[in-house]
Design a protein around this ligand. Structure first.
Ligand code: NAI
Length: 246
C-alpha cells in the first residue's frame, strides 16, 4: 500500500479511530487534511504528522453544518490541489430508549452521522469525478446491520449510511470513484470508554476473537479499501468486529 502523492481527508481525524486512520494514511505516504469540530486538536495532530515528514493540516469543520463542510472541502482543494481519499469517520452517540428519545437526540445523531456524511460526499464529488478517480470510505457500525436496544437514532443513521454508500458507489463507479464502508464492532476509544468492564466483557466475551478492537484494527482496513489493492471493490460493507456479525 502506497499513498505517496495522494491527498486524504479524514473527518473527526484527530481522535480515536479517526486519529489512527489519519496516522496510518500519513505513514503510508499520504498528505492528510484533518477536519474537526475542535480545530486546535486537528491542527496539533496535523503538526505531529508533519513532523514525520508528510504534509498535514487541520481544518475547522462541524460536519453537521452544511456551509462548514463545503467551505472546508473547498479550502482543502485550494491548499492541496485535489482530494484522492475521503474518510467519513466523524460520529456521535446520544443513546436512550426509543420511547423516551427526544426529537433533538434523534435529529442530532442523524444530522451528524448520516446527513453530515452525505454532505461531505457531495462536496468531494465534483473534484473526484472531474479527476475520474477517488476512494471514499464511510465508517458505519455493526449495529447498523443488526440494531441495538437504546441506540435507535445511531443504528438508523448507520443503517442509512449503507444505502448511501451503495447509491454513491453506483453513481460514481462509472466515473472511477469507489465508495465503501467499514462496520466496526466494539473498539476501545473515548466513545466506548464509559462502558463498564462488565458491559465490555458481555460484548466481547462471546466473540470468536475474544477481545475488543483497537483503532488500528480499523485503520488498516480503511487504508486497504482506500488504496489501489481494493481497485475492484466498491459498494461493500466490511465488518471489523472480531467476528461479532457473521
Ligand atoms: P470518538 O468519540 O473518539 O471520536 C469521534 C470523532 O468525531 C471526534 O474526533 C469528534 O470530535 C468527531 N466529531 C463528532 N461530531 C462531529 C461533528 N459534528 N463535526 C466534526 N467532527 C465531529 O469516537 P470513535 O470511537 O473514534 O468513533 C469514530 C467513528 O467510528 C464514529 O463514526 C463511530 O460511530 C464509529 N464507530 C465506533 C465504534 C466504537 O466502538 N468506538 C464502533 C462502531 C463504529
Amino acid at each position: 500500500m502506497n499513498f505517496t502523492g495522494k491527498v486524504a481527508v479524514v473527518t473527526g481525524g484527530a481522535r480515536g479511530i479517526g486519529k489512527a486512520i489519519s496516522k496510518r494514511l500519513s505513514d503510508l505516504g499520504a498528505d492528510v487534511a484533518i477536519l474537526g469540530r475542535n480545530v486546535e486538536a486537528a491542527q496539533a495532530f496535523a503538526a505531529e504528522l508533519s513532523a514525520g515528514g508528510r504534509r498535514a493540516k487541520g481544518y475547522a469543520c462541524d460536519i453537521s453544518d452544511a456551509k462548514q463542510v463545503d467551505a472546508a472541502i473547498e479550502e482543502v482543494v485550494k491548499d492541496f490541489g485535489k482530494i484522492d481519499v475521503l474518510v467519513n469517520n466523524a460520529g456521535i452517540t446520544q443513546d436512550g430508549l426509543l420511547m423516551r428519545m427526544s426529537d433533538e437526540a434523534w435529529s442530532k445523531v442523524l444530522e451528524t452521522n448520516l446527513t453530515g456524511v452525505f454532505r461531505a460526499i457531495r462536496a468531494v464529488a465534483r473534484p473526484m469525478l472531474k479527476a475520474r478517480s477517488g476512494a471514499i470510505v464511510n465508517i458505519g457500525s455493526v449495529v447498523g446491520l443488526i440494531g441495538n436496544a437504546g441506540q435507535a437514532n445511531y443504528c438508523a443513521a448507520k443503517a442509512g449510511l449503507i444505502g448511501l454508500t451503495q447509491s454513491a458507489a453506483r453513481e460514481f463507479g462509472p466515473r472511477g470513484v469507489r465508495v465503501n464502508a467499514v462496520a466496526p464492532g466494539l473498539i476501545e476509544t473515548d466513545m466506548t470508554a464509559n462502558l463498564s468492564d462488565d458491559q465490555k466483557k458481555g460484548l466481547t466475551g462471546n466473540l470468536p476473537l475474544g477481545r475488543a478492537g483497537k483503532p488500528e484494527d480499523v485503520a488498516g482496513v480503511v487504508a486497504f479499501l482506500a488504496g489501489d489493492d481494493a481497485a475492484y471493490i466498491t459498494g461493500q460493507v466490511l465488518a471489523v468486529d472480531g467476528g461479532m456479525v457473521m
